[in-house]
Design a protein around this ligand. Sequence first.
Ligand code: ADP
Length: 330
Amino acid sequence: ALSYLIVLAYGGSMVIDGRISLGDFVAFNSYLALLIWPMMALGWVINVLQRGAASMERLNKILESRPDVYDRPDCVDMESINGSVEFRNLSFSYPDGSMVLKDINIRLAKGKTLAVIGKTGSGKTTLANLLLRFWDPDSGAVRIDGIDLRDMARGNFRQAIALVPQDPVIFAATARENIRFGRPDASDAEVEAAARAAHADEFLNLLPEGYDSFVGERGVMLSGGQKQRVAIARAFLKDAPILILDEPTAALDTESERAVQRAIDAVVRDRTVIVIAHRLSTIAGADQIAVVDDGRIVQLGTHSALLAQPGRYLAMWEAQQAAKIWSGRV
Ligand code: ADP
């Protein structure tokens, strides 16, 4: 722009003085434009190329990185999975951290429920993540149907596990599409049956467009309890033999918690369930309760067996009962 201004001022004065003709001046200006535009375009192209090269380098790094877990060429491809789960002498540390799980031994038969309780940071979610084989253990093994997960194709057992996390991922789509994510080939009737089982139809029917209502970015149009029930409906639709519930009622008020608990009771039937919980009243019926502290199982047994012995479980139970009486919930 500056060069144009200079050319205009200088060239203009030359035309006024009669040193060049107006035609020369106009021709000069046109040639100047012809020269400047390709140079500007070249600058722009070089800029885009440089940015592209930088992105390409980052992309290459991702493409070349070797995943921590991968299927061995000789891994077993299972026809179907029954759903027994075992953690055997399991120890694990994150690549950048200290030991998170130490010598975990739990056997869970098909159709049984294991509740895992313990303080925040004691390793409960890590245990669930190892069952999904997001990482491999440092020593020991995680087994499903007696087979080490490292010997099984990941698609096999991940298909056999449904996960309801504490903060479920809800997509910016309709409620129906969000539930169908559990099994993309499910029919509308199956989606609605799953929603009924998870007690999600109660609020979905009240939405302006029912199941076809848009639930917003990350499900902002739904409350915490409603999102949980959509996630449970999704798990119900997936109909997997193993179900992981990672503190599904932790962030809810009492009213929503009751609704979600009813949904959970419907979905856990006949499945192998691992439930991570902090309210002990919700897990009293579990077949096994594992109390985890600092990555170790400090107590393992049924509710009544654990209440009969002095220990962390009894202390937690008494504290929660006292809190309930105090808050008027009993
Ligand atoms: P809990 O579910 O009992 O609250 P977690 O299994 O989430 O506990 O975490 C156990 C420990 O592992 C914590 O100290 C946490 O900081 C650490 N941890 C969890 N996830 C990761 C990760 N991806 N990388 C490194 N450390 C992690």
